[in-house]
Design a protein. Structure first.
Length: 133
């Protein structure tokens, strides 16, 4: 099997990483925490964490899933789960409701959701037709 390359993910990773972290830096240092910048914070947090997690998720999948390497949309979706998880924890911390048990339960829920989505995708796979010549 051909080794999967990180090249298709590179542009998306750089854009999300740079826009997310630079936006968060400027937002935290140069704005007041009113309603608009708060929502921008969560949006930029999702971008920054997704851009950071994308290469990590890719290399984890490459290391442990080489025979059945997932499609690009699966890799991006898994990295997006990390971004949504981090932004949701930040939002809960803002209201002082984030606990270790809640964070662990939410992580378990996200992992279970991804596992069920992957099971559904594999169940809908149709094998290619074999042509007899």
């Amino acid at each position: 099997m051909k080794n999967p390359t990180f090249r298709p993910y590179l542009l998306a990773t750089l854009i999300m990483f740079i826009a997310g972290w630079a936006g968060l830096y400027s937002l935290v240092n140069f704005t007041l925490p009113t309603l608009g910048p708060r929502w921008a914070f969560f949006f930029l947090a999702v971008l920054a964490l997704t851009g950071t997690a994308l290469p990590i998720i890719y290399f984890i999948n490459r290391r442990f899933n080489l025979k059945n390497f997932p499609a690009a949309n699966v890799i991006i979706r898994q990295a997006l789960w990390v971004g949504v998880y981090g932004a949701t924890l930040a939002w809960m911390q803002l209201g002082r409701v984030a606990t270790v048990n809640l964070a662990a339960g939410m992580a378990f829920g996200f992992v279970l959701t991804e596992v069920l989505i992957r099971m559904r995708e594999k169940a809908q796979w149709i094998p290619p037709e074999i042509k007899n010549d």
